[in-house]
Design a protein around this ligand. Sequence first.
Ligand code: 5GP
Ligand code: ZN
Length: 137
Amino acid sequence: MCVFCQIIEGKIPSVKVYEDDAVIAFLDIAQTTKGHTLVVPKKHYDYFLKTPKTIMHRVMDVAQRIGQAQLLSLHAKGVNVLTNNLSPAGQTVFHFHVHVIPRYDEADKLRLEMIENDARHELNLPAIAKQLQQKFK
Ligand code: 5GP
Ligand code: ZN
C-alpha cells in the first residue's frame, strides 16, 4: 500500500488540514515553506493525468480553498499550486496529490524556474499546437 493510502487509513500519522468523503489535505512533511499542504483523493489514482474528472475537480476545489486560507490566515504573499506527473516531472509518491505551497519571499526554499529554451526559434509552434489539438477532436 502506498504511503498516502497508509496516511488515509490512519496507519501513518499526519497533520490534517481538511477532510471530507473523497478528499483529504495534510501538511507535507518537508514543509518547503510554512504551511506547505498536500491535497489528496482518498481513492488511489497514480497521478493527476490518470484521475477521473469528478475526483480531480473535488481535489482542485479543496486546493483552491487551502490556497485562499494560506493568503488569509498564514499571511502568505503568494501561493504555488502544482502537481507532478511521473518521475521526469519530479513525482516521488505515485498517489495523485496537489501541492499548495505558500510563498513568503523570493529567497525561500522553493525553486521553480522556467528558463527560455535556446532552441525556441527553431520550434514549429503551429505544428506543435496541431499535435496537441488531436486530444480535442
Ligand atoms: P512529489 O515529489 O511526489 O510531488 O511529492 C511527494 C511529497 O510527499 C513530498 O513533498 C514529500 O515531502 C511528501 N511526503 C512523502 N512522504 C510523506 C509522509 O509520510 N508524510 C507527509 N506528510 N508527507 C510526505
Ligand atoms: Zn495510494
